[in-house]
Design a protein around this ligand. Structure first.
Ligand code: GSH
Length: 326
């Protein structure tokens, strides 16, 4: 859904699902004198690693935002599409409810933590928080070789990738700082510094790169990568990446294709025929207009996006699973 006005497709992002895809042309956005909620500007879900970080900061910590997507296929480029939120020129960018525009991911994390002190973006303990901050800063500033050689691409995975020495050095550094953080903070779960924190949001796209390019890391680091691949929020983002946007050659690399190493989605396909088990879309409650066959059973949705994100990874969507298992 591209518009002549730049930013396309808008939606209210509500934590842990309630995803009304309220699409409207971007030209309307500026007609609200002061936004009543935060506006979160994002890029293509399959390719924009910084957008994934930005989105996770809202999604994982239950902070609602209205999402707007720039089109990575638009020759106008990101900055031009975001002219209405100048001086911002990259995604993610947040326009806060007082009009403040914040672009750098780390600044977004800090600002959200300041405005939502109880949301748990940073660990409560000073020691764990210091480590999470250090990890996040190092991610924000570093790992250039890994980022350059392995652009995030959630649409596919590779194998037998010839890894340059500088990338190998980045992988060894990741093993070191991830292990050190876990030793220092002794988390009960899989995350780096206690419960999921900003640091984990920042390393989610790194995990996606390690998984997607089949990069060799030690068992402990691979367990952390796998925790991201299995994270329902990450899975929902990836599923939406299949439901919206085009496959872009710019991000394709000439390596052998492999199966995605994350959890295997249950079998689902879009269909035109069949009697759906549900009358109302699991996400919006609106009447059913689009169908999918999931493990041979038929379910309905209110639009193609709701259907296709479900087809891509049905188990990632609590609202769908509720009716699927009822
Ligand atoms: N330092 C920024 C990086 C953001 C960034 O580079 N985002 C990319 C998309 S993943 C972008 O908007 N690129 C626009 C462009 O290169 O024109 C942050 O922390 O958010």
């Amino acid at each position: 859904m591209r518009t002549a006005h730049g930013v396309w497709g808008s939606s209210i992002t509500l934590p842990d699902s309630a995803r009304h895809q309220l699409k409207f042309p971007s030209a309307k956005i500026n007609r609200y004198p002061v936004p009543m909620t935060y506006d979160l500007f994002l890029g293509d879900r399959a390719y924009s690693s910084w957008s994934l970080r930005g989105w996770l900061l809202f999604e994982k910590f239950g902070i609602p935002a209205r999402s707007h997507f720039v089109d990575f296929a638009d020759p106008a480029g990101v900055a031009q599409q975001m002219a209405e939120v100048a001086p911002a020129r990259t995604v993610p960018t947040v326009r806060f409810d007082d009009g403040a525009i914040v672009s750098e991911s780390l600044a977004i994390a800090e600002e959200l933590a300041s405005r939502h002190p109880d949301a748990g973006l940073w660990p409560k303990s000073g020691h764990a928080r210091a480590i999470a901050r250090s990890l996040s800063s190092e991610m924000h500033a570093g790992f250039g070789p890994l980022r350059d050689f392995c652009p995030m691409n959630l649409r596919l995975a590779y194998k037998n990738v010839p890894v340059p020495l500088e990338v190998t050095a980045d992988l060894r550094r990741l093993e070191c700082i991830w292990a050190d953080a876990r030793t220092a903070t002794e988390p009960c779960g899989p995350w780096l510094a206690g419960d999921y924190s900003v640091a984990d949001a920042f390393y989610a796209p790194v995990a996606a790169r390690i998984a997607g390019y089949g990069l060799d890391v030690n068992d402990q680091a691979m367990a952390y990568v796998n925790a991201h691949l299995a994270d329902p929020a990450f899975r929902r983002w990836r599923a939406m990446g299949f439901a919206a946007g085009e496959t872009l050659d710019h991000y394709k690399r000439d390596f052998a294709i492999d199966a995605w190493p994350g959890p295997k989605p249950i079998h689902a396909v879009a269909t035109d025929t069949g009697q759906p088990e549900n009358d109302a879309c699991p996400y919006s409650g609106k009447p059913v207009t689009h169908l999918a066959s999931v493990e041979g059973r038929t379910f309905g949705f209110c639009n193609a996006f709701c259907r296709d994100k479900t087809v891509a990874d049905a188990e990632a969507w609590p609202e769908f699973i509720k009716i699927y298992r009822s």
